[in-house]
Design a binder for this molecule. Structure first.
Ligand code: SF4
Length: 269
């Protein structure tokens, strides 16, 4: 099976995919990738503990709910930074600098979550266990999906659950967002996740990429055209990783400047 991240990697550089998956050559994570992983881990941690967070809300006042969420994001961030201590030391990155880098995005996320819960409380006048039981939408993180028919598997960052069969997949992205729409690899990634979820939940037909730095959600709707694009990419990646010859180097040298296996790539014929 091919993972969804491999097909988006193919869109970035087929040679890198070949080196990673055919030759098992991997590089060390760069600073941006480590910061992104920290952010994902904090959001995942809060999502996984949201039942306790919601049940502990004592006041329906929006400001208080925001403070409550902020405190939980802050606690999760401190613990995740501690877990990444060695990686940060390798990158010569101070904990405080990492904190300053990811905190503005987490604040936006805390505000969004607080607003969601506050609006639900206002509408339904519920608190505590009943609030959590009835709260909609709810969020689940790191949802594993796979399909033998598509030959694809992957892990979705976040799924927004409105009811048992009304699910919306979401990918969280740090870094620069396009002025409009989505970067192509993000569009394909989301489309692949929608296809994988749709196999089990037939009503799923759309999803969002959340560009965290700009605080915007951008929509992807599944259609026959994008489904074909995903299927063709799966076939191309399968052929690539079983080929005996590595593909040519990437023409866009700006990509190579940021590549974590640049030296090994130069050395490869
Ligand atoms: S250095 Fe450039 S061509 Fe080589 S794997 Fe990295 S991105 Fe691709």
């Amino acid at each position: 099976m091919i993972s969804v991240s491999t097909i988006t990697g193919y869109l970035y550089c087929p040679r890198k995919v070949y080196m990673n998956y055919a030759l098992r050559i991997f590089g060390q994570k760069r600073k941006e990738a480590v910061s992104g992983n920290i952010m994902h881990a904090v959001i995942e941690h809060v999502n996984n503990n949201e039942k306790e967070i919601v049940e502990a809300i004592e006041s329906p006042v929006l400001e208080n709910i925001e403070i409550h969420y902020r405190a939980n994001y802050n606690k999760a961030l401190s613990s995740i930074l501690e877990k990444n201590k060695i990686e940060l030391e390798r990158l010569k990155q101070k904990k405080e600098d990492s904190m300053a880098e990811v905190w503005p995005v987490l604040l936006k996320e805390a505000k969004l979550r607080a607003r969601n819960v506050h609006d639900f409380m206002q509408k339904h006048n519920v608190i505590g266990k009943e609030l959590w039981e009835r709260l909609s939408p709810k969020y689940v993180s790191e949802v594993s999906v796979a399909s033998y028919a598509l030959g694809l598997n992957g892990k979705i960052d976040k799924v927004e659950m409105h009811s048992e069969d009304c699910l919306i997949p979401m990918e969280l992205k740090t870094g620069k967002a396009p002025k409009q729409g989505l970067w192509d690899n993000h569009r394909i990634q989301l489309a692949a996740y929608i296809m994988l979820l749709k196999e089990k939940y037939s009503q799923v037909n759309e999803g969002y990429v959340e560009y965290l730095d700009v605080g915007e959600r951008r929509k992807v709707v599944l259609n026959a055209f994008v489904e074909n694009e995903v299927k063709e990419l799966v076939s191309k990646v399968k052929a690539l990783v079983s080929s005996a010859v590595p593909p040519e180097k990437e023409a866009n040298k700006a990509k190579c400047m940021k590549c974590d296996i640049r030296e090994q790539c130069e050395a490869l014929k």
